[in-house]
Design a protein around this ligand. Structure first.
Ligand code: ADP
Length: 503
């Protein structure tokens, strides 16, 4: 027996629901179950990427594919899709009827492959055409758009007669599917950031053709939490913070009542995509065994960005410029690094006019300096070069569910300088593979910058040891993907978490 069913009752339930199980011979010894895993999400790298959610989904799906699992990603067919790495894109179901707010409309289903991962794209039409926009998020009707998408994803699964073992939902955009789904799959919801909840007027349920609610407002993430079999978040420390420190957050209180249905699994990064020795976007590859390419990249970057050709530490940040990321701390740290003789690079995506103006002013104030380069916007190609050429990488987040930039920076031999919170606390150890400060204050970050510069200038062997530690640490998807698979298996085999959710 590959697994043991605890009680006859569970056995019966498993027999009823195990209709989609596959069995895979592994060597001559053990037999492993292959899972049908369907993810529903708003982002998927590199096809539709705003931040870490996209990378997480790509990395996890690819790791599970390599572990011989069956994985499918369902994503809206945005007008802004990056099709560069999409293969075999074809229309497979021209019409599935749907509706929203009393209006008849229909969706088309497209299929493709991305690095071998099965991708399903839902194209919306008629009056429900929610995704032909110039960006993924940022519209007044975002909750309508993604609620419609979550419903459309389930309509597709039903139309195509799919019976997955696991329905893995990501963030508030997909959370409503936990509430709407009625099949046998186990539902896992991953919260990538509790700060984004998807609050919507109660009549959204009416628009979806569901029962009236007396509530003035509904919360899509809350509905997802309540109706999922299990909830994960993206690092153990962030999970602990939610359970122990978020004393005023209604959704955290909900998770605190159900601690056995909630855990944190740290994200990894895709080690094939983020690999400084094979990154096609790096003109000069390098590895932990041979840093000569990194030096050449620094020269190349200085030339490309019109920075002076001097051997000075390169300090950078690549981030969304939102309050969570500590933009005021980033600014202070950049000024200090310049004072200390460093060269600085910021690639920041502002999410509103105010944040744009704030950094546009900084850019203007430093105009003409050959020690700093600021780009406001999203630039994946330049990001690779900056990770590759940097010595020090700033992540002073006020809170950080996991954070991927510190992991990428370490892989590319740039020491992260982070605040001790969430996934940053789980992945960076002070004096070992980076620099850690505790308080979200100017004093604390400036002291950390001073320490880093002191080591760079006066204790170079220590810097080099830390850089090796950073590059050689394992932050791949291997272990986290195994943890997700174990969780899926436990859920599927009724070995955990079948108790009622307490509200
Ligand atoms: P979050 O998801 O909160 O934005 P993460 O650290 O989890 O933060 O992931 C950020 C991802 O997005 C990384 O891959 C990072 O390189 C990328 N990224 C963020 N901002 C930019 C930008 N302005 N240009 C290019 N890549 C960016």
């Amino acid at each position: 027996m590959p697994y043991h069913l605890a009680t006859p009752h569970q056995k019966l339930r498993a027999m009823v629901t195990n209709r989609t199980l596959y069995w895979q011979q592994k060597g001559n010894q053990s037999i492993e179950k292959v899972m049908e895993i369907v993810h529903i999400a708003a982002e998927f790298a590199p096809v539709a990427k705003v931040g870490g959610l996209a990378d997480m989904l790509f990395g996890l799906a690819k790791a599970h594919l390599e572990m011989k699992q069956h994985v499918e990603i369902i994503l809206p067919k945005y007008a802004t899709l990056n099709l560069a790495e999409v293969e075999d894109l074809k229309l497979t179901i021209p019409r599935i009827d749907s509706f929203f707010s009393g209006k008849q409309c229909h969706n088309s289903i497209w299929k493709a492959k991305v690095h071998g991962i099965a991708l399903t794209l839902i194209e919306t039409h008629d009056l429900c055409n929610f995704f032909k926009r110039e960006s993924i998020y940022g519209f007044a009707d975002d909750t309508d758009r993604f609620a419609y998408f979550a419903k459309a994803a389930l309509e597709y699964l039903s139309f195509a007669k799919k019976n997955p073992d696991i329905l893995h939902l990501h963030d508030w955009h997909a959370a409503l599917a936990a509430f709407l789904y009625e099949g046998a799959a186990k539902k896992v919801l991953t919260i990538h950031n509790l700060a984004y909840e998807g609050k919507a007027p109660g009549d959204l349920l009416n628009k979806l053709g569901l029962k009236n609610t007396s509530k003035e407002m509904i919360n899509l993430l809350e509905m997802g939490i309540i109706h999922s079999d299990f909830v994960t978040t993206v690092s153990p420390t962030y999970a602990k913070e939610i359970l122990l420190e978020y004393t005023n957050h209604p959704l955290a209180l909900l998770l605190q009542k159900n601690p056995s249905k909630f855990t944190g699994i740290v994200n990894g990064i895709d080690y094939a995509y983020w690999n400084p020795s094979q990154d096609p976007l790096l003109k000069f590859p390098f590895s932990s065994h041979d840093f000569s390419g990194k030096k050449k990249l620094q020269t190349h970057l200085r030339k490309t960005l019109a920075l002076s050709q001097e051997e000075r530490p390169i300090v950078s940040a690549i981030t969304r410029l939102v309050p969570q990321k500590g933009p005021h701390l980033i600014k202070q740290a950049l000024w200090r690094a310049l004072e200390l003789g460093g060269q600085c690079i910021l690639i920041g995506s502002p999410d509103d006019e105010r944040s744009f103006e704030n950094f546009a002013n900084l850019k203007r104030a430093l105009d003409g300096s050959n020690s700093i380069y600021i780009e406001l916007g999203f630039n994946e190609n330049l990001a690779h070069l900056v990770y590759g050429a940097s010595d020090l990488f700033l992540v002073p987040s006020i809170f950080e569910p996991c954070g991927l930039t510190q992991l990428i920076a370490m892989r590319y031999g740039a020491l992260p300088l982070v605040r001790k919170t969430g996934g940053l606390a789980d992945t960076v150890a002070d004096g070992v593979n980076g620099f850690v400060f505790e308080e979200p204050s100017f004093e604390a970050i400036l002291a950390a910058i001073d320490r880093a510069f002191d080591i760079w200038h006066h204790k170079r062997p220590l810097w080099e040891t830390m850089r090796l530690n950073a590059m050689q640490g394992d932050h791949s998807w291997k272990k986290p993907a195994e943890s997700y698979l174990e969780l899926y298996q436990k859920l599927r085999e009724f070995l955990c978490c079948s108790e009622q959710f307490q509200t």
